[in-house]
Design a protein around this ligand. Structure first.
Ligand code: ADP
Ligand code: ASP
Ligand code: MG
Length: 413
């Protein structure tokens, strides 16, 4: 709460919907100023306004569907440059000093992996100098400058990462992620109206939620927060209510077994049919995919009858064309059978650290789906999560039923 916080260094991140129009930008400006009136110093990281990034992507597609990643970064990084300068102007208008910067200007140095760059270091001198002058510093999120002096972006949703990395580099007292929902819920509150807001969430649970499709936090941002043990406060831009604190050791004495459910409709399944069932084949398939930067998620290999087997795996839908081409090429070289795909799948995952010490959670999950006549296509588990691939048309039903049957609508925060 602005009222309680005094003389702190705070990094705040405002997502696209929180600054979607000029009225909302003025609202954010007012919120930031309220913090500084209490003696706090604020560095605000912003995303692009509303759907700007999607619009820029489709502009590029209309011009050249195979635009180079370098040019995509040049284009997409402009969205955040617009919102950051407008926010600085909105703050000036209220008589307070503020300065906006691109990622490059504040020394966010990345590797050269365009569209998915990793932050290598942040030179904080420039920001510190402006803060000392009493200015509010606004930083364009989602971007940096590569070691080859090119503009890079950090992957979709990457402003979260900019904010967390800046909080680490500046040794901030607090990192707040402002978004269009009031915190982290047991499921996406836009799909499950009875989803409950959680007061606390552990880093590990949040990592699973993010990597299994809950868009609300960027996975790599949570990884960095965990690595440097920086608590994050995820909260709503349009309310003063407290949100969710993501931290190492949550204060609850005992956790409910399942605390979150996600639905991911952005993956596709590929099956390599009739692959020789002998040592080294799987290694070859997945080494080739890895060398082409394809992130494989779930993998299922059928029991080989005769001398061949089928291998299925899921990949992000946006990589489907590339992976199909690679797989067909590989199948030819391996002398295996057809390569088939299904892009109408959904992955539902249940998550909770309590699973570590409770048995029967997977059985319960499968029984719930069976009782509702939802067929499971693929399964994968980790210590604190269970994921099932189902047909896309029953994905939402699976999510809703699991949320209800695991009693997440009644969870105590
Ligand atoms: P921003 O633009 O602020 O970065 P995002 O759209 O990236 O916001 O993330 C916020 C969205 O995440 C929410 O609008 C909500 O629909 C979605 N979401 C998915 N799962 C969850 C969850 N478990 N809790 C809260 N929000 C979730
Ligand atoms: N504007 C970028 C995107 O839409 C980055 C972000 O919002 O965090 O992905
Ligand atoms: Mg986001």
């Amino acid at each position: 709460m602005p009222g309680k916080m005094k003389n702190k260094l705070i990094v705040q991140k405002y997502g696209g919907t929180s600054i979607a129009n000029t009225k909302k930008i003025k609202n954010v400006a007012g919120r930031i100023i309220e913090y500084t009136r209490r003696g706090n110093k604020v560095v605000a990281v912003v995303s692009a306004m509303g759907d700007t990034t999607d619009e820029l992507v489709s502009l590029a597609k209309n011009i050249n569907p195979e635009a180079s990643e370098r040019e995509m970064d040049m284009l997409l990084s402009t969205g955040e440059q617009i919102s950051s300068s407008l926010l600085a102007m909105a703050i000036h208008k209220q008589g307070i000093e503020s300065i906006s910067f691109t990622g490059a200007q504040v020394g966010i140095i990345t590797d050269t992996d365009h569209t998915q760059a990793r932050i290598l270091k942040i030179e904080t001198d420039r920001i510190k100098k402006e803060l000392t002058k009493g200015k509010i510093v606004i930083v364009a999120g989602f971007q940096g400058l590569s070691t080859a002096l090119e503009i890079t972006t950090l992957g979709r949703g990457g402003s979260d990462l900019s904010a967390v990395a800046l909080a680490v580099a500046l040794k901030a007292d607090l990192c707040e992620i402002y978004t269009d929902v009031e915190g982290i819920f047991t499921a996406d509150p836009r799909i499950i109206s009875k989803a409950r807001k959680l007061k606390y969430m552990g880093f590990d649970e949040m990592l699973e939620l993010s990597s299994r499709g809950a868009q609300v936090m960027h996975t790599r941002a949570v990884e960095v927060a965990k690595k440097f043990n920086i608590p994050l406060h995820v909260r709503g831009s349009f309310t003063k209510k407290e949100g969710t604190i993501i931290m190492k050791d949550t204060p609850s004495l005992e956790e409910p077994v399942v605390r979150g459910i996600t639905l991911d409709e952005n993956e596709a399944k590929i099956t390599l049919c009739n692959v020789l069932d002998k040592p080294g084949i799987a290694a070859r398939v997945f080494n080739e995919l890895a060398s082409q930067d394809v992130n494989v998620d779930m993998i299922v290999q059928n029991v080989g009858r005769r001398k061949t087997t089928d291998i299925s795996f899921t990949v992000p839908k946006k990589k489907l064309t590339k992976v199909l081409k690679l797989s067909r090429d590989l199948a030819k070289r391996l002398g295996s059978g057809d390569v088939i795909f299904d892009d109408k799948i959904a992955k539902v995952s249940i998550i909770g650290v309590g699973m570590k010490s409770h048995s029967g959670v997977a059985a319960k999950c499968f029984s719930i789906l069976a009782k509702n006549k939802i067929n499971i296509d693929m399964i994968s588990t980790s210590e604190i999560s269970i994921s099932c691939v189902v047909k896309k048309e029953v994905g939402k039903k699976a999510l809703k039923t699991l949320h209800k049957e695991f009693k997440l609508d009644k969870i105590k925060m």
